[in-house]
Ligand binder design. Sequence first.
Ligand code: IPM
Ligand code: MG
Length: 350
Amino acid sequence: MTDLLLLPGDGIGPEVTAQVRRVAERLTPVLKIEERLFGGASYDADGSPLTDETLAAAKAAKAVLMGAVGGPKWAGVARDKRPEAGLLRLRAEMEVFANLRPALCFGPLAEASSLKREFVEGLDIMFVRELTGGVYFGQPRFIEALPEGGKRAVDTQVYTTAEIERVSRVAFELARKRRNKVHSAEKSNVMESGLLWREVVTDLHKREYADVELEHILADNAAMQLVKNPKQFDVIVTDNLFGDILSDEAAQLTGSLGMLPSAALGVAGKPGLYEPIHGSAPDIAGQGLANPLAAILSFEMALRWSLGRATEADRLFAAVDKALSAGARTRDLGGDLSTVQMGDAVLAAL
Ligand code: IPM
Ligand code: MG
């Protein structure tokens, strides 16, 4: 059985996942690793961003780690064959509805943030982004031509009680093991789905998690509070689209988008999907400039959440911290290490 399926994908994906492989081979040589094409690379080779074989391999593995997908090369491809469509299908088919996105500021990187040190030093926020519903998947969605000229585009934001409840449960459970506080972000002032979101979270909290501190916050205010006073947050649970946006914002607080990992989890016992939250960065792809730490830390999350190897996860986390303390910096962090050299630095610290 495959322990870890690597899906390098596009752009900087292959470069950063190559460093994951080096780390895994050193830290956990017993893991059986398999690798497959995904996204645009899979489309180019097989005409589909996610083939049935790759999907079957993903479901059969213990954990799946993706690099990144997409790029201008596939901008003209039909929507259902785009690299991003492959990723959305993978998330949906794996039923990984809870996307954990930690925004953690490593001490040595407090200077790399665009905010003052006192605002970000020690920052530790956990986003729980709903990942398999909302406007990313809602039907109908289409673009139609209008008889009078011009076009009309429709996306649908849709959530059910069950979808909101299961992701909120993950947030409350995580908060209990952290600083016991959940912010639930939506737009209940303008959206029906926001109203239901608030209602379901409130009910669940009352029924089962009254010991956890809960605060409802409008998503736009959350965006503002994240740069005003980010340390007020512990766990933030939110929908698919707001989670996408707010987690990018929070990532930058911690110094660089190149630092943040994520874990997408579903039903217990099923494989998790691990992804750096950065994209394929076509502007720097193939140049050896990308920061591999988001991918390496995604592997750290896989060790912890899917592979039952918390000790190795702790060692890897400490190694990343040590490499950063020793001054290892890729370009996004203001340094000049290449992708491979950052991999070297983590291996040396290990
Ligand atoms: C992310 C990415 C994806 C998303 C894209 C690549 C489809 O931005 O994981 O945050 O929007 O979910
Ligand atoms: Mg995103």
